[in-house]
Design a protein around this ligand. Sequence first.
Ligand SMILES: NC(=O)C1=CN([C@@H]2O[C@H](COP(=O)(O)OP(=O)(O)OC[C@H]3O[C@@H](n4cnc5c(N)ncnc54)[C@H](OP(=O)(O)O)[C@@H]3O)[C@@H](O)[C@H]2O)C=CC1
Ligand SMILES: O=C(O)[C@@H]1CCC=N1
Length: 264
Amino acid sequence: MKLGFIGCGNMASAIIGGILNKGLAQPEDICASVKTQSSAQKIQNTLGISCTTNNLEVAKTADYLFLAVKPQFCTDVALQIKDALTDKQVIISVIAGKNLEWLKEHLGNDKKIIRTMPNTPALVGEGVTGVCPDNLTSDEDLQNVLTLLRSFGQADIVTEPILDIVGAVSGSSPAFVFMFIEALADGAVAEGMPRKQAYDFAAQAVLGSAKMVLETKKHPGELKDMVCSPAGTTIEGVNTLEKEGMRSAVMDAVRACIQKTRKL
Ligand SMILES: NC(=O)C1=CN([C@@H]2O[C@H](COP(=O)(O)OP(=O)(O)OC[C@H]3O[C@@H](n4cnc5c(N)ncnc54)[C@H](OP(=O)(O)O)[C@@H]3O)[C@@H](O)[C@H]2O)C=CC1
Ligand SMILES: O=C(O)[C@@H]1CCC=N1
């Protein structure tokens, strides 16, 4: 099984890193193409896969072809590779905002295409990916792709309108969580904690809290209440966050991402 990646930046590198870490493919089974020679060299050195600036080469050899360029470069890439693609290959797009209709129109109506929305925690095996197959993808193809995607985290099938929401709630949200961790640590540093230690404590608290949501299945509000002792310290912080509109700001951020996706 040959895996190809057209575009190998932050997202594709995280996927490849996750797949290699799990041993689901060997470096010699994976090839990628990028825009610049300097990126190609860097990827060869860091991931140990072959990487070229020739998209056609990758498009022709991959059984499973990931499209992982920015949305604004999709049309050019599609024009380059369209004639080289076959109806045997499975094309997996990770590109935000380009729907199946657009992909079919630009790559061919006879092509098997699966739209996905992964996230960068794939790099450490904790990704989550929304998956939306077209009607030409067979069950076997879909299972193979799910196995690949599950090698670096969870993957679940969603409808196409929901996929745009996945892009925000789990595709973009790692950026918000990193900002939150940075801010937690900044607060700790302001009060005298060494910075490295502050990142470790803040990140572990976020990891543990996420695990509690997933494993206890309790409502997040109930888990929050378990931390807030009566007349204690935490409720003072909760009060501050409510005054500053934290929850409303996060909701607006998620909705802003979805609005932008719909314009792409
Ligand atoms: N980053 C994320 O967290 C997520 C991203 N995505 C999606 O993944 C896609 C890629 O995003 P991301 O990885 O962040 O972007 P990056 O900017 O990190 O990577 C883009 C990659 O595309 C390459 N590239 C640019 N133009 C071409 C071209 N004409 N032919 C071949 N390769 C090209 C770049 O090469 P070079 O370095 O040489 O310029 C680079 O390797 C986007 O569509 C995005 O919507 C989806 C979910 C999450
Ligand atoms: O910022 C972006 O466009 C991509 C899509 C989801 C996460 N990153």
